[in-house]
Unconditional design. Structure first.
Length: 140
């Protein structure tokens, strides 16, 4: 599913952007905390008061989400990296014991489409880099 370089990238990042669809069809994008869950494999979104949030209700209503992690590890020479994951969103109201501002809720993204850029070959200039686009075969 994820390449070794993509897994390394995901485990060194802790902030990304989650896109969900609201009931009126418009999109909502929020910065969120996440972790890579290698046992599923999935991306697990957490946050303060997550279960009460619009993004959680959106994911519960239509079970779809997109997620992006990106950065610029160097400005000279210019290097750009990103990983986009589109897929099925599973809402888990009590995935872990509440801890401080975290209520224990998780939005778990099961990848169906992965698009990465600048991750598998980080030394290649952006204008010479091709994205790695692929569909993921579901295991459930």
């Amino acid at each position: 599913m994820f390449t070794p370089a993509e897994i390394e990238y995901l485990t060194t990042q802790d902030l990304g952007r989650l896109a969900t669809q609201q009931p009126d069809g418009t999109l909502q994008v929020n910065p969120v905390a996440f972790t890579y869950n290698p046992s599923i494999p999935s991306l697990d979104i957490t946050g303060a008061g997550l279960a009460a949030s619009r993004k959680y209700r959106n994911a519960a209503a239509n079970h779809r989400a997109a997620f992006v992690v990106d950065d610029r590890p160097s400005l000279d020479p210019m290097r750009v990296r990103f990983l986009e994951v589109r897929g099925r969103a599973e809402v888990l109201p009590a995935a872990f014991e509440p801890d401080g501002h975290l209520d224990g809720a998780v939005i778990r993204i099961h990848p169906e489409r992965i698009i990465s850029f600048g991750i598998d070959d980080p030394d290649k200039p952006p204008m010479e880099t091709r994205s790695n686009n692929r569909d993921v075969v579901r295991r459930d």
